[in-house]
Design a protein around this ligand. Structure first.
Ligand SMILES: Cc1ncc(COP(=O)(O)O)c(C=O)c1O
Length: 407
């Protein structure tokens, strides 16, 4: 392996021997093409003309009024396919094409990654199969239809909790059996090396654009950048460009789960412990014997007992704070953004919106208290904070699940 396989003590590649050669080949191809002019010209052309980059950074005026501070939304929901997943699917899809692979496989939770891969499979004329837990097939039916319409085969996974973790297990099993002609297009910054590095590479465009756009709009950096965390790809995508800006607070938002007494867990980074899942070392929701715990989130894309290794590193070095939001709070934010801005956020992204609104409330109270206590202006936190939220995807896929809100 030539690239760093780890982020501090996290990451690595804990995989069966059959996969080591395939991962080495993938790393070599990534190194060969990541700075290649022809590859990047083709990718950038597709990002612009097929997928619609750059996505806007939108000043959410009515939401800001309610929050009492300035809120900007990075509109990955406007990307072709309806979520940030298309950035990575295009990048890895092109790698598959340059490698001459005949078949692409992928896992999916919310169906957004699966839909993005199915679209890219159609675009590149490569046969595509998507593994999806049967529980997620039920709650994200619209995306299943989209995948099928693009010609992908959707394989229903019946094992475990029948969600994202189980879909990844099944995809890995398939890859081990078909490694010669098959490209495994992994959907987030988790999994064995080199996936966390490759997926970050193709998602970091979000933060690069967002930084340029906020500097254009406000002539200064934001005080907070907030993103939801499932495996962590939209969060790393927007955080990466701001990691060196120490005054920009970065906040990742996880689903809280149902709590210990229900046996359905959440908040991997807050409640988990260090372990190995899907080929890399990271924080993991596990019992004392290292058995993976069942998770719950209203949003299929966050319903995962692991997290990308770089997030575990960023937590431990205290560069990023990780907070959690309940189903109820996320559903409230889903409704709020729809009602005040006419933007339906994905349930995943709704977690980031919900946390931003809680934070804004706290900042308002802090400012009021500081005024009351007559603190020196310099001692108060920034008086007009700017928050950038990564709106990772649109909520159309969640409408059926949220139908009760409109009855
Ligand atoms: C809209 C949206 N946001 C976020 C996520 C979570 O993934 P990640 O943490 O890799 O961004 C998903 C996953 O399906 C998604 O569909």
């Amino acid at each position: 392996m030539k690239l760093n396989t780890k982020f501090g003590k996290f990451g690595g590649l804990f995989v069966p021997e059959t996969l080591v050669a395939a991962l080495e080949e993938l790393e070599a191809v990534f190194i060969r093409y990541k700075d290649d002019k022809k590859f990047n010209d083709e990718l950038n052309d597709l990002l612009k003309n097929y997928a619609g980059r750059p996505t806007p950074l939108y000043y959410a005026e009515r939401l800001s009024k309610i929050a009492g501070c300035k809120i900007y939304l990075k509109r990955e929901d406007l990307l072709h396919g309806g979520a940030h997943k298309t950035n990575n699917a295009l990048g890895q899809g092109l790698l598959a094409k340059y490698m001459g692979k005949k078949r692409i496989i992928a896992e999916t939770g919310a169906g957004q990654h699966g839909a993005a891969v199915a679209m890219i499979g159609a675009l590149l004329g490569i046969k595509t199969e998507v593994f999806m837990g049967s529980e997620d097939i039920k709650r994200q039916r619209a995306n299943v239809l989209r995948m099928k319409l693009c010609g992908a085969k959707v394989v229903s996974v019946e094992s475990g909790s029948r969600t994202l973790k189980d879909a990844i297990n099944e995809a890995l099993r398939d890859w081990i059996a078909n490694v010669q002609d098959t490209f495994y297009l992994f959907g987030t910054v988790a999994g064995p090396h080199p996936y966390p590095t490759i997926v970050k590479h193709f998602q970091k465009v979000i933060g690069e654009e967002a930084k340029r756009q906020i500097l254009d709009a406000e002539k200064r950096l934001p005080d907070y950048v907030i993103a939801c965390v499932g495996g962590g790809s939209n969060a790393i995508g927007i955080f990466n460009e701001f990691l060196g800006d120490k005054n920009v607070k970065l906040i990742g938002v996880e689903p809280a789960g149902h709590g210990l007494n229900t046996g359905k867990h959440g908040a991997t980074l807050n409640k988990g412990s260090v372990g190995v899942l899907h080929g890399s070392m990271s924080y993991v929701l596990q019992d004392e014997d290292g058995q993976i715990l069942e998770t719950h989130s209203v949003s299929a894309g966050l319903d995962y007992p692991g997290v990308g290794p770089e997030h575990s590193f960023l937590k431990d070095v205290k560069r990023v704070d990780y907070e959690s939001i309940t189903d109820k709070e996320a559903i409230g934010a889903f409704k709020l953004l729809s009602e005040v801005e006419g933007i339906m956020p994905a349930l995943e992204s709704s977690h980031a919106i919900a946390y931003a609104m809680k934070l804004a409330k706290r900042l308002k109270e802090d400012n009021a208290n500081n005024k009351e206590n007559n603190l020196d202006k310099n001692e108060t936190k920034t008086k007009n904070p700017i928050i950038v939220i990564n709106l990772s995807g649109r909520g159309d896929k969640d409408l059926e699940q949220m139908e009760f809100l409109v009855k």
